[in-house]
Design a protein around this ligand. Structure first.
Ligand SMILES: Cc1cc2nc3c(=O)[nH]c(=O)nc-3n(C[C@H](O)[C@H](O)[C@H](O)COP(=O)(O)O)c2cc1C
Length: 381
């Protein structure tokens, strides 16, 4: 599919807003201490404390509540958000035109229920999913934890989703977005690993007509055995099967060794993958604040600030190893515009946010989109 043709680029006006404070987790004020009106940040000082208290502090409750609100925003509200947050700095990557370099990472809107809200919040592309061929409930709750002092999240959602057919139906009803749409595919939990290719293929056939790119998720730590699909032979078989008109990118784990990544990159180049998404969440528990240590033992993938350096190292390795031949979407621990710039400098062409958006809100999207503006001509992208 001619990717940029489906989702025509709209040029949004830039509205400058007063600069907000930049700290991720502001110091609690003492009695008698007041925030100065001029430095109040609407998201970190007002919205976030309310959102983080919803459902008695249950992170998944807040997530669902927020998605529902975003899904039901009327057109005037979307227009108001767009005029505040949208930013145009177009760039072409793997044959697709992106209005700016910052996208919504997979997992935030798995079933695509709030699609019009994301471009209005400034995202230059949206990755829905991960979806699986069969609908599935995911793991038991609680399965999502905020590690606030560490600006991190642990999740073991387990691909809870309504299934590929339901997403296809929703995408058909919504119609084209003003930004490119990526669709992330995973393996259904009940499907044995040796039938994984057919499982991905089922989802691919249902969803590729709506996608500007397909992300093959073989790196979630929360589906037993899934990460073994990153092995050379499995990866080759999968990419061969998904060879079609839509660019296919492979999302990799930050926990792979360099030789394993190198082997995977070789397969991706051989099989004509369009790019790499680096990285998914980590099984490591480095970089946690003392006050979050009691959550370190929760099973699942860690994201956010503790992942910043590792994902940057992986992006740099992928870029160096391929000599820039495989475009990279950099994701993992982008908590500031500076983090994003450093990921771009390491070799990413585009970036995505998940945890940073939870902790910093849409101001971060705008800041990243604006700082990621310069087209770096020294790299083949
Ligand atoms: C709650 C949650 C659910 C996620 N679900 C998915 C998913 O379904 N598919 C996927 O590829 N990545 C998923 N991710 C990983 C993110 O897309 C991203 O790769 C990772 O969180 C690192 O980025 P961050 O540090 O900005 O959060 C999820 C992350 C979180 C926190």
């Amino acid at each position: 599919m001619p990717c940029s043709g489906r989702n025509s680029l709209r040029h949004d006006r830039l509205h400058r807003a007063a600069p907000g404070r930049t700290e991720l987790w502001p110091r609690r004020r003492g009695p008698g201490e007041h925030a100065e009106v001029s430095t109040v940040n609407l998201f970190t000082d007002v919205a976030r404390p309310v959102l983080f208290r919803l459902g008695g502090g249950d992170a998944e409750h807040a997530h669902e509540w927020t998605l529902k609100r975003l899904a039901s925003l009327p057109a005037p509200a979307l227009a108001a958000l767009r005029s505040r947050y949208a930013f145009s700095a177009p760039v072409d990557v793997f044959g697709v035109r992106f209005p700016n370099r910052v996208g919504l990472a997979a997992g935030m809107d798995k079933n695509g229920i709030a699609l019009p809200a994301w471009p209005a919040l400034g995202f230059g592309f949206v990755e829905v999913g991960t979806v699986t061929a069969k609908p599935q409930p995911g793991n038991d709750r609680p399965r999502l934890f905020r590690l606030k002092e560490s600006a991190a999240i642990i999740n073991r959602m387990g691909f809870n989703n309504e299934g590929a057919a339901a997403l296809a139906e929703r995408l058909a009803a919504v119609g084209p977005l003003p930004v490119p749409l990526g669709v992330s595919l995973g393996k259904s939990k009940v499907t044995p690993l040796d039938e994984a290719v057919d499982d991905y293929l089922t989802s691919y056939r249902l969803l590729h007509p709506y996608a500007d790119y397909i992300a093959v998720n073989v790196s979630s730590p929360n589906t037993p055995g899934l990460r073994t699909l990153q092995d050379k032979d499995s990866m080759a078989a999968l990419l061969k099967a998904l060879n079609g008109p839509v660019p296919v990118l492979v999302k990799i784990a930050p926990d792979l060794t360099e030789p394993a990544i190198a082997e995977l990159l070789e397969v991706c180049l051989e099989q004509g993958a369009a790019g790499i998404i680096a990285t998914n969440t980590t099984l490591a528990r480095d970089g946690l604040a003392e006050s979050d240590q009691h959550l370190a033992g929760e099973a699942g993938g860690l994201s956010g600030k503790p992942l910043t350096e590792r994902s940057r190292a992986v992006v740099k390795f992928v870029h160096d190893e391929t000599g820039g031949r495989l475009p990279i979407i950099g994701v993992g621990g982008i908590m500031s515009a500076d983090d994003a710039s450093r990921l771009l400098d390491a070799g990413a062409s585009l970036v995505q946010l998940y945890s940073g958006f939870i902790y910093r809100g849409p101001d971060l999207v705008r800041a990243v989109a604006r700082s990621a503006r310069p087209i770096r001509s020294h790299r083949a992208r």
